[in-house]
Ligand binder design. Sequence first.
Ligand code: ADP
Ligand code: MG
Length: 375
Amino acid sequence: MSERSQSFNGSEKHVQVIARPRPLSDNEKSQNLTSCLNVNETRREIIVNCKTSTTRFFNYDHVFGFQTRQQDVYKVVVAPIVEEVLKGYSSTIFAYGQTGSGKTHTMLGVFPIDKVSKDTVGAYMSMLESDAGIMPRAIHHIFQGLQRQYIDYTVKITFLELYNEELTDLLADPTNEQPEKIKIYEDKDKTNTIIGAIEAPCETPFDAFKILIKGAQRRQTAETLMNASSSRSHSIFTMTVTMKDAQGDVDLAGSENISRSGATDKRAREAGTINQSLLTLGRVITALISNEKHICYRDSKLTRILQDSLCGKTITSIIITLSPANEAETLSTLEYGHRARSLKIRPEINQLSSKDVAREYLDEIRRLRQELDAK
Ligand code: ADP
Ligand code: MG
């Protein structure tokens, strides 16, 4: 462990909030819509030229320009966090913004999904040059780091969707009519654990990349079938990394890099379908900032899942994505993000508990048995 990570351990920090506006789309331009946003990257400021009131200014930990490339978002926001994950910290990165503001673009981005089944390796290699988002880049970075630093590691992925307070496993076989129920279980020490989700083991970045694509495709197919846009669903991609130090005397463990994509949807609220998760998330943030005694995490699944990321030992960043042509929704996202900047976290390095070690060994024994049986 480096001195830097030791000094970082346990010290109080704030949730980092990063703003990413997207450019006006061709469609918006053809409707003669104009941008209500200006960006001052050096002052880390978003300026909203309001039609109905005075100009508003919002500051964040980082503000991107309209044309910022995917690799630069990764380099500035995610790469430093992944380095911390490789030292043993947990991290959560989530995207928050109205429908069509760029959450999927930022998290997943564009990469050649259709090519992958035919040519996975080729698609993987070209991905880094392409418009790929945070998740595939983080997979690449994490495996590079692990292969560089650790002799022994395991990586597992879960990929869930939360829709109307129901958790669905994006990695489960969709033809299975009775899939395992996913539950959130609260431990004695009040930490929430998700049970029943498929934990897909990955030995190589290719494995992880294929799982990411599989889950993303399932999400797309489900949306098309339901004839619904992703605006009311949240997807939660979790990588759990267990690593053993090269010297063999320290067990660094249990880090995860989680990307979470949230959504705000005015139409859903207007139609009366209240997005319980997002409303509760807003309430939890307000309660945490005003130091209230009771925090209503239990009122939605999203806040239960995010509990540790909002006030715990996890390094958390929120990327707010902004549509330049929609003043009202953009202002609400900007205000949400501004409040979230006051959230305090206390990142701590994870250690394997003896229970975890025992579980790891049992898994290993089971794996070796299977290998023997197969011979
Ligand atoms: P969301 O997931 O928030 O609903 P999307 O990520 O699907 O929104 O983005 C909506 C559209 O805008 C897509 O066509 C996407 O390619 C485009 N887009 C989003 N962000 C950017 C960006 N930063 N630069 C260029 N195009 C973008
Ligand atoms: Mg989306």
